[in-house]
Design a protein around this ligand. Structure first.
Ligand code: ATP
Length: 256
């Protein structure tokens, strides 16, 4: 189980001229600080998939980066199976698999070497890495390209490699930032099937997306954030009930 309560994160605005027109008008801009996340709370139980929704700039990536320990929150708490992530970041990192927006693969290494390297960083022995790699290569349909240098990978190949790398250590919780963005229909389906399999294995998955069809297909729970605040958090059924069965309309109702 993962629970986050009242998370907040502000960034110092180093150069106000670089802010977009939208950001200049955003009420989260207060003096020299932009309060990207002001009050975000949600909870994802064992075996649940939670979809994190919100318009561009709502604070989804910032929230997920705090969950994964990549960013230190200014306020609030994150707990994974009772462990306080902020007090135990090293332990938490063992428990979390995090796919960030930028895949950041080492181009000179093959897909397999990229994934293997992360297994080593997690302290796995070579036999365990090999076994898990074979499983992931099959699940994510990577056999055709896994031994090629990753610098020439397509977007889909990069994303699959990055997902495999994020979960090589069989984490207790998986956090995916827009895992299907830029993928073709088949690669998207492979990634969605992979998330479904994690759910079958009782691993909680939190993923951000702009695709409501993915939410309908996969999610048990939905959290909507807008301008850095949770606007809705509940079951998919409750989200659907916000409007007359159209998730698109539910989303618009939630952010208003
Ligand atoms: N390091 C930073 N410094 C300053 N502002 C930041 C920083 N990181 C994020 N922001 C700002 O915080 C806001 C929220 O950004 P975030 O990337 O979390 O949104 P998002 O919901 O993931 O958006 P999208 O759907 O477009 O990916 C944006 O206005 C962004 O410009």
């Amino acid at each position: 189980m993962i629970e986050i309560k009242q998370l907040a994160k502000k960034f110092k605005v180093e150069n106000p001229k670089k802010l977009s027109e939208q950001e200049k008008k955003d009420p989260r801009l207060q003096g020299r600080f932009f309060h990207s996340v002001k009050d975000v709370s949600f909870r994802c139980e064992k075996g649940q998939v939670l979809g994190l929704l919100g318009p561009n700039g709502a604070g989804k990536t910032t929230t997920l980066r705090m969950l994964s320990t990549a960013l230190q929150p200014n306020a609030g708490s994150v707990e994974i199976n009772g462990i306080d992530v902020m007090k135990n970041p090293l332990l938490a990192r063992q428990k979390i698999g995090f796919l960030s927006g930028s895949t950041g693969l080492y181009g000179r290494l093959s897909g397999r070497e990229n994934i293997r390297y992360f297994g080593q960083l997690h302290g796995m022995d070579e036999g365990a890495i090999d076994r898990r790699l074979e499983e992931l290569i099959e699940l994510l349909d990577m056999a055709d390209f896994i031994d090629r240098r990753s610098e020439n990978f397509s977007t889909g190949m990069k994303q699959k490699t990055a997902i495999a790398r994020a979960v090589i250590h069989s984490p207790d919780v998986v956090i995916l930032d827009e895992p299907t963005t830029g993928l073709d229909i088949m690669a998207t389906q492979t990634v969605l099937d992979f998330i479904r399999r994690l759910k079958d294995q009782q691993v909680p998955v939190i993923f951000s997306t702009h695709h409501l069809d993915e939410v309908a297909e996969l999610c048990d729970a939905v959290t909507v954030i807008n301008q850095g605040e949770t606007k809705f958090s509940g079951s998919l059924a409750a989200f659907s009930d916000l409007a007359d069965g159209s998730l698109h309309q539910s989303f618009l109702t939630a952010i208003q």
